[in-house]
Design a binder for this molecule. Structure first.
Ligand code: DX5
Ligand code: ZN
Length: 221
């Protein structure tokens, strides 16, 4: 299964955003992760479709759009039109999950579901046929730079085992929050193959070296 590294733009220097996007691309990132927060589903506000559009204009990398919104269903089209490759919605959000995932797919965008750290993996099992990717939060969403929470790791293992035993062996499992050189191996061991990292990558002078180290750690897991 292919390993994917996604720098989270939330940790970039917003004073020079296009340079930061290019820095991630030149460092060997596989995709860019974009955190969209509404101040209701999470206690913070970030940015909207205009920044996704800026990314689309700046890089050919896939754009992984993480909607931390109470009503993600109301914002699918603006993010699809802005150039999202994947749109991730939370299983805890207040909308019809099945219809929203189908709506995302109908627009030619890849649908994904996200679980908060304490949500059991069984919450996403009814939707596995509708998604290409499941993301487990390894912090409570809302802010970058938080400490990694290990609680989801056994749930990630159960989800990977369930997927393998039930014909979903191509399912991508992503982790998001507190992922760095000290925590990435545990995530890979648990069965994750896609890794979001904000602070741990954008804080590096040499992001390429850190991404190379991440890839080595994943391989050695
Ligand atoms: C948290 C966001 C994360 C965040 C990760 O709500 O979903 O994507 O940017 O940042 P780090 O890697 O700094 O924990
Ligand atoms: Zn995120």
């Amino acid at each position: 299964m292919q390993s994917i590294i996604l720098p989270s733009l939330l940790a970039a220097d917003f004073g020079q955003l296009t340079n930061e996007i290019l820095r991630a691309e030149n460092a060997g990132a596989d995709a860019i992760h974009l955190d969209i927060m509404d101040g209701t589903f999470v206690p913070n506000i970030s940015f909207g479709p205009a920044i996704v559009k800026l990314c689309k204009k700046t890089t050919k990398l896939p754009l992984n759009v993480h909607l931390m919104l109470s009503r993600p269903d109301l914002f699918i089209e603006p993010f699809a039109n802005a150039g999202a490759t994947t749109i991730q919605i939370h299983v805890e959000s207040s909308c019809n999950i099945k219809q929203t995932l189908q709506h995302i797919r109908s627009l030619g965008v890849s649908p994904a579901l996200v679980l908060n750290p304490l949500t059991p993996h069984t919450a996403v099992i009814p939707y596995l046929e509708l998604v290409d990717e499941i993301m487990y939060m390894t912090v409570f969403p809302g802010y970058g730079g938080q400490k990694f929470k290990p609680e989801p790791l056994p749930e990630i293992r159960k989800l990977r085992d369930y997927a393998n035993a039930n014909g979903f062996d191509k399912l991508n499992i992503m982790v998001d929050g507190g992922v760095d050189r000290n925590t990435i191996s545990q995530c890979a061991q648990a069965g994750a193959n896609e890794f979001v990292a904000g602070t741990a990558l954008f804080s590096q002078q040499d992001m390429a070296a850190e991404i190379t180290l991440f890839r080595q750690l994943i391989e050695q897991k």
